[in-house]
Design a protein around this ligand. Structure first.
Ligand SMILES: [Zn+2]
Ligand SMILES: [Zn+2]
Length: 946
């Protein structure tokens, strides 16, 4: 349960005098309009002049009593060229209301080449036969150009109705109220003639001849139970998932059914005598008609089970506004219930939105905020009213003040932002570049690091945001809008996203962009990763995380659930190393066991052009990387399948391929025209081939499918083939500019009992680093040349002027170099007995264990790794270990994210709310760090001495 809920604003009431559904008198305006200045009034009058001059006959022609369409393609645009893209290329102006202009190809309709020579006849819900002329496309597509115009005129007048109503509220001018009332009455009269329609479908928009769901006696449609039916599918709801009646909105779905602007317009003029006059003129109750119209739209939305998804904030706002304006308190209660569902169920315990896509996170949080601070704020039920579903009475709502969780989610989103202000491009997330916006220069502020421990995304940063380095390792699960991107790497350095995750697109490249090859990871057997499921969890998991003093941040994650049938081990260890004078670099070790083909891929920038240079002799590779007999064709639309038979079609996108061997070290640079980029050194692998080439960089096509093959980025791919492969891909990525001196990277001969262990030396200007990276915490090392012995997952040694400068060990037991032994705290694995997870007592958040551990404060950024019975993990930020009873409590800097029943059943308190049958275990990684201290710098607790 989230902290905010359960207290003031949902207090149960014993009063039950007023039944739900009874008409409630409303005092208008419910939402008083902001006052206008004289200048604003003058401007608004000028903007409203045209609509004020419209005659009733003109208004009737502009608001037709039948369906109209928002999403209609242009018949003149050649494919691929936006015709079937989900992008609106149309331009229309009220000055030329019967013309439609395609900004993509430049044609203006009507055009004699495209006569609306065919007619679709459809029976509307009132029983009337409606005619919809269209131009018949060769492939059967119906170009409803007239229906598109009808919709544009209607939508324009919807905006004008609100303009007039606000002008009336500011000036009291009766003509404004009158014309707004005429428009609203016409909208209300048209609505019963609208068929449910589907516009998001392979062909042209479709009208459905189906009866309208009738409300119960109290005037409301009953909401189906939560959890019945899944978003995107037609189960569990009366109408198809992708449908609405008003014909508006980009997806044409029920989320855009409620006309919130018209509800505000009605609210502003509802008390005006002009409504009485219009009612008298027409001989019917215009207020009742408008209220009925608004109620009908809300009922359409209520006919779906609550999905609690990223679009639900629009429903919450719609129900709140319409409920208050028409005097239907149950709709406000409905809004609150949906708000609670989202907050309780749809965020990871670290505050991230379940979909792992910052764009949807931002959309959801902004929508919830707007509802909480807007139409829900200050709401009170009528005296004695109790909600029919929740049995509650609401009094002067002020949810915002009780909702720290909303602030937490906003901070999590902020921590999923790159230094250039773009959201981290994970999953379906828009890049500013894709949206045609320039990227600002990052500020000269410290580069952040952040472990999104609930979702699964590690960010390691060093230096300043404009000049330093940040590397990302992604390992979230897939819960909507996901990409096949487990263990994807992003590198931001020198002010740019140099190794990028492409993000979101609706173009024909979407099947590629979502697939594994478009990411910086190892593709196994040319298959896209599995992105969902619980047996085993498709979610990645944290293996280890440590900060080793000033120089090193280390993280390792596993993603075996991404290829459960192909791999036994699928792991990536990433360390960000801060060298002297900004000589930063990234150590990147990717281990894969199993499968017959391993493709390690690394892509350059998606924002600017880059060129690639490789030290390996290579020759052009004329053949396609698709299997023989498979020819590549672009997908028809964003819903295409990447897999075609045995082929992963994305491999057909490569161009300018060259091929060489990778038995020995391969050094590749990818640089922009300014010489900024990344120099990657990949240690040689037996029998490996290296491919260089280009793949589409997508973003700069700005969502135009006809331009997606105009922009490319360099790609390097190291391939190994064989039976039951065992690969360790070891790379060093160095951010460079024109002046950067390159690091020297070489493999070290080290004796180890671990076949997957790797030892390397990195030499920079004035320093030498040794990295030992093994597959587990018990890996043993022996390097006679340096008199170096180690046991552990990762060990680091820095020499300056041949003198020991720093040593660090992550998740290990021992490290000795040149006779000096690191003071290592041994690791421990303990069972978690219980947690303290009370949201009301964050200062007590802790894990409780039976063992008596040595009490101590935590090291800098110290993480303990909780492993649940199903293999899922949380990397929890330790604050301190204290004695508690016979055992110990591990105090945390944030909520634990789970609780344990007395019988051991373990329950995640947040998304994805898994339950596991036995107590989880908690690893306190062994390790230590030593750094030579400058004489004048005091020691910190994290930097213990030799
Ligand atoms: Zn066109
Ligand atoms: Zn992606």
């Amino acid at each position: 349960m989230i902290k905010a809920f359960g207290s003031s604003w949902l207090a149960a009431s014993s009063l039950a005098a007023l039944a739900a559904g009874a008409a409630v008198p409303v005092s208008h305006p419910v939402f008083p309009a902001a006052p206008m200045t004289a200048a604003q009034r003058t401007e608004a009058r000028a903007a409203a002049a045209a609509v004020l001059a419209m005659t009733p006959a003109e208004i009737d022609r502009w608001i037709v009593l039948k369906s109209s369409f928002d999403m209609v393609a242009c018949p003149h645009c050649e494919w691929p060229g936006g015709r079937r893209d989900r992008k609106d290329y149309w331009r229309w102006s009220p000055d030329r209301p019967d013309e439609l202009h395609c900004t993509h190809c430049g044609i203006t309709y009507p055009d004699p080449r495209y006569p609306l020579s065919a007619v679709q006849e459809t029976v509307d819900p009132t029983g009337q036969v409606q005619r919809f002329p269209y131009y018949p496309g060769k492939d059967g597509y119906r170009y409803y150009l007239e229906g598109r115009l009808d919709n544009l005129r209607k939508q324009h007048l919807e905006g004008q109705a609100l303009r007039l109503a606000r002008l009336y509220a500011a000036t009291g001018e009766a003509s404004c109220a009158r014309q707004a009332a005429v428009l609203l009455e016409r909208f209300a009269r048209a609505y019963p003639h609208y068929n449910p329609q589907i516009s998001r479908c392979p062909g042209s928009p479709r009208l459905l001849e189906m009866p309208i769901l009738q409300p119960a006696e109290d005037g409301l449609v009953t909401v189906p139970p939560f959890g019945k039916g899944s978003p995107g599918r037609d189960d569990g709801a009366y109408y198809p998932y992708w449908s609405n009646r008003r014909g508006d909105g980009w997806n044409g779905w029920f989320y855009s059914e409620m006309p919130i602007g018209l509800a505000y317009a009605f609210d502003a003029i509802a008390a005006s005598p002009e409504l009485d006059r219009l009612s008298a003129d027409l001989g019917r109750d215009v207020r009742a008609a408008i209220r009925g119209f608004l109620r009908d739209t809300a009922n359409y939305a209520r006919s779906y089970p609550p999905y609690a998804g990223n679009m639900d904030p629009s429903l919450i706002q719609g129900f709140a506004v319409i409920g208050r304006v028409i005097g239907e308190p149950e709709l406000v209660h409905d809004a609150l219930r949906r708000l609670q569902l989202i907050l309780d169920l749809r965020f990871y315990p670290d505050g991230n939105w379940e979909e792992g896509a910052p764009s949807y996170h931002a959309q959801t949080v902004a929508g919830l905020r707007a509802a909480v601070q807007g139409p829900l704020k200050g709401y009170s039920d009528p005296p004695g009213y109790v909600g029919r579903d929740d049995g509650r009475h609401l009094e002067t709502l002020d949810i915002g003040k009780d909702l720290p969780w909303l602030g937490e989610t906003a901070r999590a989103l902020e921590a999923m932002t790159l230094p250039n202000g773009a959201h981290v491009g994970s999953h379906d997330t828009w890049s500013p570049t894709t949206n045609g916006r320039a990227l600002p220069r990052p500020p000269a502020a410290p580069m952040p690091s952040h472990l999104h421990w609930g979702m699964g995304h590690a960010i390691l940063g060093t230096g300043q945001q404009d000049t330093g380095t940040q590397v990302h390792l992604h390992f979230s699960g897939g819960y909507g809008h996901q990409h096949a991107d487990t263990l994807n790497l992003i590198l931001f350095a020198k002010g740019q996203e140099l190794v990028a995750d492409l993000g979101y697109t609706h173009t024909v490249l979407a099947p590629y962009v979502r697939g594994s090859l478009a990411h910086n990871l190892v593709v196994v057997d040319e298959a896209d990763q599995r992105t969902g499921g619980t047996a085993p969890p498709a979610d990645g998991r944290l293996v280890a995380s440590a900060r080793l003093g000033r120089a090193v941040q280390f993280v390792e994650a596993g993603g075996e659930g991404a290829y459960p049938d192909r791999t036994r081990l699928y792991r990536r260890a990433v360390a960000l190393i801060a060298g002297p004078d900004g000589q930063d670099y990234v150590l990147d070790v990717f281990r894969v066991l199993g499968g017959r083909r391993h493709d390690w891929v690394l892509h350059g920038s998606a924002d600017v052009d880059m060129s690639l240079h490789s030290t390996r002799p290579s020759r052009p590779h004329p053949a396609s990387l698709l299997p023989p007999g498979t020819t590549f064709t672009l997908w028809p639309n964003e819903y295409g399948q990447n897999r075609q038979g045995k082929a992963n079609l994305s491999y057909g996108l490569f161009r300018n391929l060259a091929r060489g061997t990778a038995d020995d070290t391969v050094a590749v640079t990818m640089t922009t025209g300014d010489g900024i980029g990344v120099a990657t050194t990949l240690l040689g692998l037996n029998g490996a081939a290296v491919f260089t080439g280009e793949l589409p960089s997508m973003r700069r096509a700005c969502e135009d499918s006809s331009r997606v093959l105009d922009y490319w980025r360099p790609t390097v791919m190291v391939r190994r083939d064989g039976d039951d492969l065992q690969s360790v891909f070891t790379a060093v990525h160095q951010p460079i500019d024109a002046a950067t001196r390159r690091l020297a990277v070489e493999r070290l001969a080290a004796a180890s009992d671990d076949a997957l262990a790797v030892a390397i030396r990195v030499e920079g200007d004035g320093f030498t680093d040794i990295h030992l990276c093994g597959a587990g915490q018990t890996t043993r090392w022996h390097l006679p040349a340096l008199a170096l012995e180690a046991v552990g997952r990762y060990a680091f040694v820095r020499l300056v002027d041949d003198r020991l400068e720093a040593m660090g060990l992550a998740d290990g037991a021992a490290l000795t170099c040149r006779g000096q032994a690191l003071d290592v705290r041994p690791g421990q694995v303990v069972e978690v007995q219980s947690t303290r997870a009370d949201e009301q007592q964050p200062e007590r958040w802790a894990l409780v264990v039976r063992e008596r551990l040595a009490p101590r404060p935590a090291d800098l950024e110290e993480r303990v790794v909780v492993r649940f019975a199903d293999g899922m993990t949380y990397g929890l930020h330790l604050a301190a270990i204290v004695d508690e009873g016979e055992g110990s409590a591990l105090h945390l800097r944030h909520r634990p994210g789970f609780t344990i029943d007395p019988d051991g059943t373990t329950r995640m308190t947040h998304h994805p709310r898994r339950t596991t049958p036995t107590r989880p275990e908690c690893t306190l990684p062994g390790g230590g760090v030593w750094e030579r201290q400058p004489e004048d710098t005091p020691r910190t607790p994290a930097n213990r001495n030799l």
